[in-house]
Design a protein around this ligand. Sequence first.
Ligand code: SAH
Length: 350
Amino acid sequence: MTEKIDFRSMTPEELVEYLATLGEPKYRAVQLFSKLQNGTPLMEISNLSLKLRAMLSERELDTLPRVEKKLVSRIDGTVKYLFRLYDGECIESVFMRYKHGNTLCISSQVGCRMGCRFCASTLAGRVRNLLPSELVGQIIAAELDTGERISNVVMMGIGEPLDNYDNVIKFLMLVNHPDGLNIGYRHISLSTCGVVPRIYELAEVDIPITLSISLHAATDERRSEIMPVNNKWGIDELLSACVAYYKKTGRRISFEYTLIHGKNDSDKDALALANLLTLAFKGTGAPIHVNLIRVNEVRETGFRHGTQESANRFSDILNRNGCVATVRRRLGSDVNAACGQLRRSTANNE
Ligand code: SAH
């Protein structure tokens, strides 16, 4: 049997080339691309001849994620999806409604190998990278299921996007394409635990997404304790990369800081964080945004969250010291919306 082809991972240019080998004209490739990107099954693309449809669908590796489980929050309507992939693996995506539009939080890998101590996604390591078609496929599948358009995407689900760099870059090109989902780069954020060389690379490609850095501690000692990646690239190196990214792209960076009770959430920690960031960005004119989130308790990790009041207090200290801090709302807390817990509970039951 010949190897199956993942058409949905292909750009219009690549489809032009492929269809040319079948003697098909260029405009067919554009039609095919836009139908693939809205999830139309190949056999239903009525502007292609039946013969072509049959030929393509026989060769296709259809990687569109299938809804395996769906939990809808009674509190805020957030939808948590467990998607089944073509090879049987599972990932999660979360659909959230905001005033400014619908946002989908997508996964970038099956599992993760970064080892952050508080995170459920990394407990069993990394299984594989997601394909570009599976990255965009999460959005397509969620739009098909909800019947609503998704205008914002955050790469904050399972996995480390910069550990799947090539596929993520390709995905960004696909999802931004005017004949595809046409989601603007400014409506996409990518969150990373700090894979420093890739931050420099990302600064060089002309893809003005919003970069989010999972910082979670203000000293190397503390950060290395909870995030092994810090042993490879320390805070100084990470922040230098952030400054370079800002200078090159003019895009502001936001910092994620998960508040873990008794670990990184004291007044002293808040002040250290404010000093660290203001010093790093001194003279660049960059506004400093910090998103605070109380840690989601994952049974296996033993970390606890503090009170809402202590989060507010932490936020006030940042705001008084040169940062713009917000305490994130916890959407979908009744549907296990956070961080790989649904995939994990499914895997444990199988
Ligand atoms: N690997 C990327 C993106 C996925 S994690 C990254 O590290 O940024 C998305 C965000 O959720 C990160 O900021 C991560 O640190 C945070 N996170 C992971 N587990 C968490 C938990 N149990 N509670 C709160 N935030 C968590």
